[in-house]
Ligand binder design. Structure first.
Ligand SMILES: [Zn+2]
Ligand SMILES: [Zn+2]
Length: 385
């Protein structure tokens, strides 16, 4: 159990530093796996507080342990997105074409605040804080940290993600899937080409592509349990140059997403079969390149329960609210094949624009909430797992 007043006073002293760090990170957004300045800014804030850490030079990101033999991990991510930040935003990115539009600047600042607070609180057992690079890229930084053994033997791992649809001060919680898997695929169709006057004498790839776009999601759906959520959508079709020539090549790209971890495991095979059945009648050559990118994040019941009970005890019963799963992907999922965990949402109403949009703006009030809730949750996990 945390001494509420002691934590309150402690976090009040930390919030200005965390906000300052977030503003610095926001002004200097960097792409996945290139977060060198970001890593250095976090490192110098830790140095100022006398907290030692492990860097990964020449790679980006860092991690640290508060106390010996960590049992619990808290994860933040560091990378930005290729979006031009509008002039009216303050602070504004000084790296043209790049913007912290997914709140990872705030995630890093909150993790920094949690590290400083925990160091002063002397938790009953060790906690590992992960500042992970490359969440937005594939393959992502979570896989790098897993490969480095940073989650091995841990009892639980948690993270917050900023949620602009949730009011600042609230924590969104859910047991079970909270983000979807995100696989991508490329379909290439090839044929001899020809005159659009005589499609029967060649292979009409445009018609084949149209059939795939129209029928593939439905055919696939009929091969899976109706209770599993699955969405297949195309983001790109490239083929043809003019109205009266049937092309020799058409390329389609799309994504397949599900909240069902067991379905995700077998999805590449199902996709292969469905494409095969739709192309069986066509004379086109085709190839399917299916990349099983990240599984769904499936929140563990015990981790969610321990974390949210501790957050409610510290911040009040009204703080934790139920939240719905998103069909977006999160590479936090990779940690969950090693340790049970939970990704919770942190309200940041701001101007209300969605993540990944140039209009996204953080409500900085969320930083103090995140530090308090994060410290409570981590200590709750030490006690409860
Ligand atoms: Zn994102
Ligand atoms: Zn994100």
């Amino acid at each position: 159990m945390i001494d509420r007043e002691r934590l309150q006073a402690l976090v009040e002293g930390i919030v200005p530093q965390a906000v300052e760090l977030r503003r610095l990170l926001h002004r200097h957004p960097e792409p996945a796996n290139e977060e060198h300045r970001t890593t250095a800014l976090i490192a110098s804030s830790l140095d100022e507080n006398g907290i030692t850490y492990h860097d990964r030079k020449p790679r980006t990101g860092l991690w640290l342990d508060i106390g010996p033999e960590p049992r619990i991990a808290y994860r933040a991510d560091l990378d930005a997105l290729p979006i031009d930040e509008p002039e009216e935003n303050t602070p504004r990115s000084q790296n043209p074409g790049w913007m912290h539009a997914c709140g990872h600047d705030a995630h890093a600042a909150i993790a920094f605040g949690i590290a400083v607070a925990l160091r002063n609180l002397d938790p009953p057992s060790g906690v590992r804080i992960l500042f992970q690079p490359a969440e937005e890229a594939f393959p992502g930084g979570a896989g790098q940290f897993v490969d480095e053994g940073l989650v091995d033997g841990l009892k639980g791992i948690m993270a917050f993600h900023i949620d602009p649809s949730l009011q600042t001060g609230k924590v969104g919680s859910r047991v079970g899937p909270i983000t979807a898997s995100a696989d991508k695929f490329t379909l290439v169709l090839e044929g001899p080409g020809g005159h659009t006057a005589r499609p029967h004498q060649t292979v009409d790839l445009i018609a084949d592509a149209a059939r795939l776009v129209h029928e593939l999601p439905g055919v696939l759906r009929r091969t899976v349990d109706a209770r599993s959520i699955l969405t297949v959508a195309f983001g790109s079709i490239q083929g043809g140059t003019t109205s009266n020539v049937i092309p020799t090549r058409v390329e389609l790209q799309g994504t397949a997403r599900t909240l069902d971890r067991a379905l995700w495991d077998v999805l590449p095979g199902l996709m292969d079969k469905a494409v095969g059945s739709l192309m069986a009648w066509s004379g086109a050559r085709y190839s399917l390149d299916y990349v099983q990118a990240i599984p769904p994040v499936v929140n563990d019941h015990a981790v969610v329960h321990a974390a949210t009970t501790a957050i409610s005890d510290l911040l009040g019963d009204a703080v934790v609210v139920p939240t719905e799963p998103s069909m977006g992907g999160e590479d936090f999922a990779n940690y969950l094949s090693v340790a049970p965990g939970a990704l919770l949402r942190l309200g940041s109403s701001g101007r209300g624009h969605d993540l990944h949009s140039p209009g996204f703006s953080l409500d900085e009030g969320t930083i103090g909430v995140g530090i308090r809730a994060g410290v409570a949750a981590v200590i709750g996990l030490i006690d409860g797992l």
